[in-house]
Design a protein around this ligand. Structure first.
Ligand SMILES: Cc1cc2nc3c(=O)[nH]c(=O)nc-3n(C[C@H](O)[C@H](O)[C@H](O)COP(=O)(O)OP(=O)(O)OC[C@H]3O[C@@H](n4cnc5c(N)ncnc54)[C@H](O)[C@@H]3O)c2cc1C
Length: 514
């Protein structure tokens, strides 16, 4: 590798690119982040920030800003005409240090992440567009166009396309964006709403004429989604059209006024055929897009960035097996996106697209029954929270799975929270470092401590002592250890006297590169 070249070019300063840039900054990696827009976008596509993203933000040191700036959701309310069929508690059954969901407009999410970058001395280069790149040996040579028309060529070791659904990076790689476009046109508005709505709830409501979804944006302002009736034109809706949909299918007694955003959109359900080509990566909407039903797109991109960021950082620091680390990004994250895309398509069809009296009766019955079953309610909430994601594929997980014992949570699962000295374990995790959790009495871990000391520049040790409840949380019956990655997934684990899984993982991610 040519070590004099700048390290990483991040293309796109949406939520994915900004999260990646924060991860690189935290690791001390040199990078540039560009966005072709002169100004940050003022409209907010995404609203919901789920527990999995808050966990990732915590390890980046920004979770408190989100909590301070967001509305905590309490319920998803589902209804038909004048009847509420179900009110399901948000985050019921979610096992997380952040067992709640925030509504934060995407513009605010981007503002928080950009402000944190600025505190670390990095600014988004605005009005700068990637127009081309070519990979030459161990360098990516990118052509950037500046606002004054000037073209600049820069060489970096890695290029990450966080440049959204129409990603030029993806086009240039030749990686296919496999999937389809849904035939329907959807309308969207952000408006003032007067009426009997609870400002901490999401509303999914229907009649035999159609469906609407309502989300609080900021106090007094609501996002409305509906499917446009045939014939479906692409022109933005009027406030009267939104009002008509709400009167036909929404909760009763709602009056819409003062629109700040009126738009239409078509839904694509697509997944990139690959996430990596040589030194070029795709993340976020550049790699996967799907219906907004379930509110997962931005959150999935944020967690792509959390996964890729530490791996690029490790490779640039000369740690581990570069090819294995970089290949593990697609192996771990693409299956997650495949599930998210399929789940969002199903939710769209169930909640918004299917119509008619028979469908309505079946849907009412299903919701009434399902919402009374805690297991079903919790399954939905846990899925939305993105906290039960498990990586079961890829070189990092496969290297340790068989020798890491059979206790759960296994390697590839997310770490579980514990309270240590009155503080959440997430207060000890860093997006820049691994964390070795030790469970057991003093003296039980002398060998593991020696092993860990070799990687003190990249690994923290947290001693949880011999408290049985802490060990039980991690499925341990005696002394043991759990190694947690910088993205808070379990790297390897075993009993105190078994070090093989630690050594196998360290070869791939911690040992000096050969
Ligand atoms: C109506 C709607 C509602 C949604 N609600 C939710 C929700 O509640 N929760 C959720 O998780 N998701 C939601 N989503 C999805 C979410 O908005 C996206 O998944 C998210 O914006 C993806 O972030 P990103 O950073 O990957 O891409 P983007 O936000 O698209 O950002 C890409 C950036 O790259 C820049 N760029 C593009 N090309 C270039 C270039 N050549 N050079 C330089 N810069 C470039 C663009 O200007 C842009 O700023 C919703 C989407 C829609 C449409």
């Amino acid at each position: 590798m040519n070590q004099s070249a700048p390290s990483v070019l991040v293309v796109g300063a949406g939520p994915t690119g900004l999260t990646l840039a924060n991860s690189l900054q935290k690791q001390g990696v040199s990078f540039r982040i560009i966005d072709k827009l002169q100004e940050p976008a003022r409209v907010s596509k995404a609203l919901a920030v789920w527990s999995g993203s808050l966990e990732a933000f915590s390890a980046l040191g920004v979770a408190d800003d989100f909590i301070a700036g967001g509305i905590r959701l309490t319920n998803i309310r589902v209804g038909d005409g004048s009847h509420e069929l179900a009110a399901m508690s948000i985050a019921e059954g979610v096992d997380s240090a952040f067992a709640f969901t925030l509504i934060v407009p995407q513009s605010k999410t981007e503002e928080i992440l950009a402000a944190h970058l600025a505190q670390g001395g990095h600014a988004v280069e605005r009005g700068v567009e990637l127009v081309d790149y070519v990979e030459i040996g161990d360098t990516v040579r990118s052509t950037l166009r500046h606002p004054d028309g000037r073209e600049e060529t820069i060489d970096t070791l890695f290029l990450v396309g966080c440049d959204g659904a129409r990603s030029i990076v993806r086009h240039k790689t030749g990686i296919a964006f496999e999937g389809y476009t849904e035939p329907q046109t959807f309308i969207l508005s952000d408006t003032r709403i007067d009426g009997p709505l609870d400002s901490t709830s999401i509303y999914i409501w229907w009649s035999s004429a159609g469906s609407v979804a309502l989300f609080p944006v900021v106090p007094g302002i609501w996002r409305t989604f509906a499917m446009r009736d045939e014939p479906a034109g692409e022109e933005p809706p009027t406030i009267e059209e939104i009002q008509a949909h709400l009167e036909a299918s929404g909760p009763p007694g709602i009056k819409v006024s003062d629109a700040t955003w009126l738009s239409t959109f078509r839904v694509n359900e697509r997944l990139a055929a690959g996430y990596r080509k040589g030194r070029v990566f795709l993340a976020g909407d550049a790699a996967h897009i799907h219906s907004p039903a379930g509110g997962q797109g931005m959150n999935t991109g944020i967690q792509d960035a959390a996964n890729l960021g530490w791996k690029i950082g490790a490779v640039l620091a000369g740690r581990g097996d570069a090819e294995m680390l970089l290949d593990s990004y697609e192996a771990e994250r693409r299956p997650v996106a495949r599930e998210v895309v399929a789940g969002a398509a199903q939710k769209l069809k169930f909640g918004m697209v299917t119509r008619g009296t028979a469908t309505r009766l079946v849907r009412d019955a299903l919701i009434s029954v399902a919402s009374r079953l805690p297991a079903i309610r919790q399954k939905l909430q846990v899925e939305l929270s993105e906290t039960e994601i498990r990586y079961s594929e890829g070189p990092l997980v496969e290297a340790v799975r068989r020798i890491s014992g059979s206790a759960t949570p296994r390697a590839g699962a997310r770490a579980l929270d514990l309270t240590l000295d009155g503080r959440s374990l997430w207060g000890h995790f860093s997006a820049a470092r691994h964390t070795l959790l030790l469970f057991g009495p003093p003296g039980a871990h002398d060998r593991m401590r020696m092993a860990a000391a070799r990687f003190a520049d990249a690994l923290d040790v947290v001693d949880l002592g011999a408290e049985p409840a802490a060990a039980a949380r991690y499925g341990l019956h005696g002394a043991g250890w759990v190694l947690v990655r910088p993205d808070q997934f379990i790297a390897a684990r075993d009993d105190a006297d078994a070090q093989g899984a630690f050594d196998a993982y360290a070869q791939l991610a911690l040992e000096p590169a050969r």
